[in-house]
Design a protein around this ligand. Structure first.
Ligand SMILES: [Cu+2]
Length: 123
């Protein structure tokens, strides 16, 4: 009887741990422009991220870091297509870029964040 109870507790713990890991892997980000991990033959002038529901602009932020450091971005907004969009101020040069995003989406109190890269091969 005691053995059975231990087994039960163990199974319970496992399922809770798996639950945590699954929640941690969830991201509301669906795709982006420039595409996640893409190699571009033209420097982007805007960044646009698409989520599975409407992001709250006032609780969202984007940060672009390139070979020359952090880029100034201007005018975070949504085009009401479950997206966030922003203008890149300084010219984008050749090199690898990292985009860091933070957002809160509709009907979900959690704050989500993530990072992805893209590479500019030509301007
Ligand atoms: Cu726009």
């Amino acid at each position: 009887m005691i053995k059975f109870e231990y087994k039960f507790v163990f199974v319970l713990l496992c399922s809770q741990l798996i639950g945590c890991v699954t929640n941690g892997a969830y991201s509301p980000l669906l795709r982006a422009e420039p595409e996640i991990g893409s190699e571009l033959n033209r420097a982007p002038r805007t960044l646009r991220l698409y989520f599975d529901s409407l992001p709250n602009v006032s609780q969202s932020s984007l940060r672009l870091v390139g070979p020359n450091g952090e880029h100034q971005l201007r005018g975070l907004h949504t085009m009401a297509d479950n997206d966030l969009m922003i203008e890149i101020m300084e010219p984008v040069t050749i090199g690898e870029y990292q985009l860091e995003w933070v957002t809160v989406v509709e009907n979900d109190p959690s704050t989500y964040s993530g990072v992805f890269n893209f590479t500019v091969l030509n301007r």
